[in-house]
Design a protein around this ligand. Structure first.
Ligand SMILES: [Zn+2]
Length: 276
């Protein structure tokens, strides 16, 4: 079975809830490491002949159009991750709508193709921000991949596998983050800190077991900064420092192992999304 491979294309300072991230006027002064780190991801994808969905930050697309062109030319899907990397619950509906439109326009002007998919910064669709799906569908986005069926991040009542959600503008497809039921909670294991903590054999066997027993595809995600062994320092409280950097050296070998042992495709192909 094919699983969805996704890359959230952002730079080292895009850590939600920090002043480095939230004040975009500071960004121009920061060292840009996104190109070299994305080149690492692209060369691994080339090596294993795998294609992915890149959820691209509009700000990065505007700064690095050649990088976005390369991603598109190499057969990957270019979708959006917002323009200024703001969590949905931190902004108004009008500001969100503007952020989405701006990101879609910049990506479409570079690739010549309207993006079809969206991922929220820090998976920030919650019960109280479900209006975001209406805004996305109204803007022409046909699928979202931002919902986590986990009490602390999304909502435990959210769906576990790909499904459709009704909006006033038509249905939108959702590809939620893959989780495993452990006692009373659905725990993520296919990206970020959970993937860096979980043993590699465990990740592969659980993905295969979901493919087999539930007959469902899984969603793997990675950030280019996870491939960087010299990330500049960001001021973070201890718990967030742990979340952000713990075991970061395992991200690349785990990602490479998954490319070697599993078959992947971009989200739009797995959901069979076609523009009208
Ligand atoms: Zn992000």
């Amino acid at each position: 079975m094919l699983n969805a491979l996704t890359v959230d294309l952002e730079d080292w300072y895009h850590v939600c809830g920090t002043t480095d991230n939230d004040d975009h006027h500071k960004w121009a002064a920061y060292e840009s490491r996104v190109k070299r780190n994305t080149d690492t991801a692209l060369s691994l994808l080339r090596l294993y002949n795998a294609r992915a969905t890149f959820f691209v930050l509009g700000y990065i697309a505007e700064k690095e159009p050649e990088l976005i062109k390369t991603i598109h030319k190499e057969g990957h899907e270019v979708a959006i991750h917002g323009y200024y990397h703001q969590r949905i619950f931190d902004i108004t509906r009008a500001a969100f709508e503007e952020d989405i439109q701006k990101s879609m326009e910049i990506v479409a002007s570079i690739t010549g193709v309207r993006p079809l998919g969206y991922r929220a910064p820090e998976w920030s669709i919650r019960k109280e921000t479900l209006w975001a799906l209406d805004v996305l569908r109204k803007s022409g986005i046909l699928y979202d991949s931002s919902m986590v069926p986990l009490t602390k991040m999304g909502d435990r009542g959210f769906g576990l596998f790909p499904h459709s959600i009704k909006t006033p503008y038509g249905d939108i497809r959702e590809f939620p983050l893959t989780t495993l039921r452990v006692f009373w909670e659905n725990l993520p294991f296919t990206g970020g800190l959970p993937m860096r903590i979980a043993p590699y054999w465990y990740i592969v066997s659980k993905i295969k077991s979901i493919n087999r027993s539930a007959g469902q595809p899984c969603l793997v995600y990675v950030h280019p900064w996870e491939f960087d062994d010299a990330n500049p320092e960001i001021e973070l409280p201890l718990s967030r420092r742990f979340m952000h950097y713990f075991n970061i050296r395992t991200a690349r070998p785990k990602f490479e192992g998954l490319l070697k042992h599993l078959k992947f495709a971009p989200v739009k192909e797995i959901l069979d999304i076609r523009p009208a």
